[in-house]
Design a protein around this ligand. Structure first.
Ligand code: FAD
Length: 505
């Protein structure tokens, strides 16, 4: 039984929403989280088929060490013992058209040595590039998730690299440092959904800092365990979670939130609403344009969504361990990342495209039956693939044909790396951008919310506080960035804002 009124209603149980809700519940507020799906976590989750545990979208978590954003959160909620993280130290393999190498994400120096051997003339330039990224990364880590207003005049002194490089793309720094075009592609291996000419240098620096400082982690028994432990944290402090509950309206009176309306017509009152939903859903569907200024609507329209992706989930009875397969293989069949991106943006799928193979069962054997493996292949994909996947009838025969065709192409490409793969598949299923949108309501199935360009990282993302009084945003459309660590920051930042506001009242 839900109450008639809560202090806070959180729309969506993504990691941003769950972080915010559990911290507010711990602060003594009456909190309700409404999630339209049948499981919490949004892009962080898993599903089970025939004994295989498939991670539906995200594969790894950073910041789980003691001082990390997630380590601290779990300790604060007193649930740190209810989850086990496996630190992933095994090497990742990178395959380029005429060059391949493996290294552990904790050992970036090892990777550097290999790259310097392959590109000896660029060795000193590589040091320069790396030092610049490290300086930016240190500034960002020091900055954290909030910056007091009184310190603003000192910002240039405190964070010089952040200021200097805030508008840089990865390509811009690379062009200053290197001459070899192949090397530029090799070093631009992330973030994957934007090419170097668009990717924010700050984002690349954060990702490097995060994996170098404290490594990457896999939650035992699959990514769902991480979302589930946050739900335990929420419930521990009497917060409530309603699954299968779609919010259809945010009720507003004279510019202030009053509560929400559910799909079944019920209304629940609340003093604060926190939306973990996409920008367009929050403002166009739930709030309504009539409550927004034209300038604000223009800001939403200007934002560029990140690409979506195609995910192939395979259960295989191959002994991948004795084949010496890496738990993660990033495959780049072309050095022309820019061209590949242009084709995706034009609503097509290139002949040759990059993809990632992840085998969670090589990290955590509990995710597959004995002697079998859980293999996931992910590639970027456009939402408007040949006009919405050729589907006027969105689940029709044409949609299924295209989906099957991409599944077969992915298996064929992966078979070049895993011999005989196709004859060892005992379970297969795939998700298209339409699936991602349906399951999480992320507009156009955007993987990272907004594209990680310099204009849309940090202050360029949406502010957590909105022009509607009492309405806040968390998640990967908002300050600071995408990724599990970043949305955890956003959840904490909004919890702090609401607690502070309540104290002032
Ligand atoms: C394929 C893929 C791989 C990724 N890999 C990684 C990785 O390895 N590591 C990493 O750090 N990040 C990764 N990411 C990115 C990361 O998963 C996301 O940035 C992050 O999880 C987004 O969290 P969020 O809080 O914004 O919520 P979301 O995950 O977007 O969840 C929002 C939730 O709100 C619910 N909701 C929306 N509207 C309503 C409504 N009206 N009523 C009720 N409920 C609603 C949705 O159902 C959903 O559960 C990956 C993303 C994808 C897609």
């Amino acid at each position: 039984m839900t109450r008639e009124k809560y202090d806070v209603i959180v729309i969506g149980a993504g990691i941003g929403g769950l972080t915010c809700a559990s911290l507010l519940a711990k602060a003594g507020m009456r909190v309700l989280v409404a999630e339209q799906s049948s499981r919490p976590g949004g892009y962080v989750g898993s599903f089970k088929r025939k004994g295989f545990t498939f991670d539906s979208a995200a594969h790894f978590v950073t910041g789980c060490h003691e001082d990390g954003v997630i380590g601290k959160l779990l300790r604060e909620l007193k649930v740190e013992r209810e989850i086990e993280f496996i630190k992933v130290e095994a090497p990742v393999r990178f395959i380029f058209p005429d060059f391949e190498f493996s290294f552990s994400l904790n050992d970036l120096e090892g990777a550097e040595r290999i790259i310097k051997e392959r590109f000896p003339r660029e060795a000193e330039n590589l040091d320069r590039y790396k030092e610049t990224l490290e300086r930016i990364g240190q500034d960002i880590v020091r900055l954290g998730s909030s910056f007091p207003v009184w310190k603003i005049p000192f910002f240039p002194m405190l964070f010089p690299s952040l200021l200097k490089y805030r508008n840089y793309t990865v390509r811009k720094l690379m062009d200053k440092c290197f001459t070899n075009e192949k090397l530029k592609t090799i070093l631009a291996i992330s973030p994957v959904t934007v090419p170097p000419s668009k990717a924010s240098l700050l984002m690349a620096a954060v990702m490097k800092a995060e994996s170098q400082e404290a490594g990457i982690y896999y939650p035992k028994r699959g990514m769902q365990s991480f979302a589930d432990v946050l739900v335990k944290g929420l419930r521990k402090y009497k917060g409530e979670l309603l699954l299968n509950t779609l919010i259809t309206k945010i009720l507003i009176d004279r510019g202030r939130v009053q509560g929400v309306e559910l799909a079944d017509g019920r209304r629940i009152k609340a003093s604060y609403i926190v939306s973990n939903a996409s920008l367009k859903q929050t403002f166009y569907k739930l709030v309504g344009k009539e409550h927004l200024k034209r300038r604000f609507i223009k800001r939403i329209e200007k934002k560029e969504l990140s690409l979506s992706c195609f995910i192939l989930y395979l259960g295989v009875d191959l002994d991948l361990e004795s084949l010496g397969l890496n738990f993660r293989i990033n495959v780049y069949p072309t050095y022309d990342a820019e061209r590949q991106y242009k084709i995706w943006k034009a609503g097509e799928i290139p002949e040759e495209f990059s993809f990632i193979i992840s085998v969670s069962s090589l990290i955590d054997p509990t995710t597959a039956p004995k002697d079998k493996h859980t293999l996931i292949i992910t590639t970027a994909a456009p939402y408007h693939y040949r006009e919405d996947w050729g589907a006027k009838d969105r689940r029709g025969a044409e949609y299924r044909r295209r989906k099957k065709n991409i599944m077969e192409r992915l298996i064929e490409k992966a078979e070049k790396i895993i011999p005989d793969l196709s004859s060892h598949i005992i379970y297969q299923e795939a998700a298209t951008p339409l699936t991602l949108e349906r399951k999480t309501l992320n507009t156009q199935g955007a993987i990272y919310g907004l594209a990680a360009t310099p204009e849309q990282i940090g202050p360029g993302r949406f502010k957590n506080k909105t022009p509607i009084r009492g309405l806040y945003l968390v998640g990967h459309y908002t300050y600071l960035a995408h990724g599990i660590g970043a949305v955890t920051h956003s959840g904490r930042a909004v919890a702090d804002m609401i607690v502070k506001r309540e104290k002032q009242r």
